[in-house]
Design a protein around this ligand. Structure first.
Ligand SMILES: [Zn+2]
Length: 453
């Protein structure tokens, strides 16, 4: 019921249809929903009726950043010897046996750590692609971590069903039976998916990749997701090996494979798509199939540079993802926006990609990709998910354009992060779960994993 006014920001970026930005920006919200967004002068009358006034001086306000691809459980396998200098397939083979030892508490601790890192880089909504379920581990181990931190969360029920003995990549010990996978998808959708505006938890269906599940599971997953009204997610066309595998095994390119099995449409988003060709980009644009662009991961694994400019120009919905921490190995979402801009300039020149385009992809672009019309934009009626970035700190001071500076001279982290009108970060510190608690849980699980390695 309380009315909160946030005022005095150096700039406020709305990401609305008119690309409005306000100098001396302000916003007001009640019950998790934005009531007004504008200049400080326009909202001055609210000062007298507001229950709480938050001073945003020295800060820039943006919509909360949206992370569209992650494997949060991987946060405990960063910088792993043997996986540091390998490309995708070799890297996966090194990591599968370690992931196979995770217990429920390790999944919780890793997810909590990864989400804390995201919150501390300005993220208000994250998806997660969780596809490995050792004994006792369930999707709700990840959901619990998100609920504790107060971050908006799109968990996806991932899966692997084709092990080494059947010509797949993962060891047989970590794959599941396909009927069990589909039944568990139904269970978690029924238990946790909230289709309503303002939903804090949504569920998606997400076989790991075309090289770790069967054609039948891809098709059945799409049928199930459409029956339940939830979204579909997987990895696609990540690198040259991935495309070669598709040609050899399925006799077609990844885009065709996706299309044949029902994996195109506005309810589908694919991670990476580094190797999409012109026809596949056109297919994605025509069908409004989304792409989660993960620039640091693509660099880290040497996968290539995704044709993001061509995708955006064609009308493909594109959002940003940090990808799993074992392939980034960092989960700093604002830096990901910077990396996205830099990579497009490497191939397209200095005028190829504007900092504001990167910010747009990191906010509204990601929200739209995840089917959230209620988030990603600061305007009346949307959810109160926003970030106050300090722009008078050592890393940012001296910037003449405070909005472009978020990408060109980024602050180390946000000052405050709000989700549904509730602070999840204040003065650079986590609010809902103490940082020490996040670290303690992560250390305990890391010790177990190292000991049993
Ligand atoms: Zn991934």
């Amino acid at each position: 019921m309380t009315l909160t006014l946030v005022t005095g920001a150096s700039a406020l970026v709305t990401m609305d249809n008119a690309d409005r930005e306000y100098v001396d920006g302000a916003l007001a919200f009640r019950d998790g929903v934005l009531l007004a967004v504008g200049s400080q002068a326009e909202l001055a009358a609210l000062r007298d009726v507001a229950d709480t006034v938050i001073d945003a001086r020295g800060g820039v306000i943006t919509p909360g950043l949206v992370n569209t691809h992650h494997h949060l459980y991987q946060s405990l396998t960063r910088a792993l010897p043997g996986a540091i200098n390998t490309s995708l397939f070799g890297w996966l083979k090194r990591l599968y046996p370690i992931w196979a030892r995770y217990r429920p508490e390790d999944v919780f601790a890793a997810t909590q750590l990864g989400l804390a890192e995201l919150a501390l880089s300005g993220c208000t909504l994250s998806s997660d692609h969780f596809y490995i379920y050792p004994d006792g581990v369930r999707l709700e181990d990840t959901i619990a971590a998100a609920q504790g931190l107060g971050i908006r969360f799109h968990a996806t029920r991932g899966s692997m069903s084709v092990g080494e003995s059947a010509g797949g990549l993962p060891p047989d010990s970590v794959v599941e039976r396909e009927d069990a996978i589909l039944n568990d998808c139904i269970r978690v959708i029924d238990a946790f998916h909230d289709p309503a505006d303002g939903a804090m938890v949504r569920i998606g269906v997400a076989p790991c990749s075309p090289f770790s599940v069967s054609r039948e599971l891809m098709r059945d997953a799409a049928l199930l997701a459409r029956d339940k009204g939830v979204m579909l997610h997987t990895h696609l066309a990540e690198d040259a090996d991935d495309v070669a595998f598709s040609l050899e095994r399925f006799g077609c390119r990844p885009g065709q494979y996706a299309q044949e099995l029902g994996w195109v449409g506005p309810d589908v988003w694919h991670a990476h798509c580094v190797q999409l060709d012109a026809a596949e980009i056109e297919l994605f644009a025509q069908t409004r199939t989304g792409v989660a662009h993960c620039p640091c991961s693509n660099c880290r694994l040497g996968s290539g540079i995704a044709p993001v400019r061509q995708m955006l120009a064609a009308g493909v919905p594109v959002g940003l993802g940090v990808d799993g921490s074992a392939s980034n190995d960092s989960g700093h979402l604002l830096n990901e926006a910077r990396q996205a801009m830099l990579l497009q300039r490497v191939i397209g020149g200095a005028e190829a990609f504007d900092p504001r385009a990167a910010l747009r992809m990191a906010t509204r672009g990601g929200a739209e990709l995840l089917g959230r019309q209620d988030c990603g934009v600061l305007e009346r009626g949307r959810r109160a998910d926003f970030v106050i970035w300090p722009v008078d700190e050592v890393a940012t001071l001296g910037s003449w354009d405070p909005v472009a500076a978020l990408v060109l001279a980024p602050p180390a982290g946000p000052r405050d992060v709000y989700v549904e009108g509730r602070a999840i970060v204040r003065d650079g510190e986590l609010v809902q779960v103490p940082r020490a608690e996040v670290k303690h849980a992560a250390r305990a699980s890391l010790a177990y994993l190292m000991e049993s390695a």
